[in-house]
Design a protein around this ligand. Structure first.
Ligand SMILES: [Zn+2]
Length: 161
């Protein structure tokens, strides 16, 4: 379970017109949330299961475009920071947020819960010691890259499809 289950719910939506401290992608242009998008964001956060949102202070920033233009958002899970890009609109803000919050949830899972996910989701070690996935059905192909990506994709699909 979460390391800090009693932490306060949200979510300081701090739309300061600046980049998060130590943000890795220095060329990204940060901007303010519009009032309309901020309202939508808050409604979405309220609609989500507590396990995704009761994670202590969450900071959600807004920038125009990712270093990788197809990217809807980037998360610095260690710092509970999510940066949402314009591109998120084409995927749907809720899908994008659930996906990114799932990466933070993954970070907060303890070892036994991660191991449970490995076995429930058919992750295994091959003879070279690499984690591989053998499921016939996968929610998104990039989930084969790592258990964490697979987990985030599956939570996203469960909640938003
Ligand atoms: Zn992801």
């Amino acid at each position: 379970m979460l390391k800090n289950p009693g932490d306060p719910i949200l979510s300081k939506v701090t739309p300061k017109n600046e980049m998060p401290l130590n943000w890795p992608n220095k060329t990204e242009k940060f901007k303010r949330w519009t009032a309309k998008d901020k309202k939508e964001l808050k409604l979405i956060l309220k609609s989500l299961p507590n396990v995704l949102t009761q994670i202590g202070e969450l900071k959600i920033f807004r920038a125009s475009q990712s270093k990788w233009p197809e990217n809807g958002a980037t998360t610095a899970a260690e710092e509970n920071i999510i940066t949402v890009y314009d591109k998120a609109e084409s995927y749907g803000l809720k899908k994008v947020l659930v996906h990114e919050l799932s990466h933070i949830l993954w970070k907060n899972l303890d070892r036994s819960n991660k191991e449970k996910y490995f076995s429930d989701a058919d992750w295994a070690l091959n003879t070279k010691g690499e984690v591989i996935n053998q499921r016939a059905v996968i929610s998104e192909e990039d989930g084969r890259l790592s258990p964490e990506e697979d987990f985030a994709n599956n939570v996203e699909h469960l909640i938003t499809n």
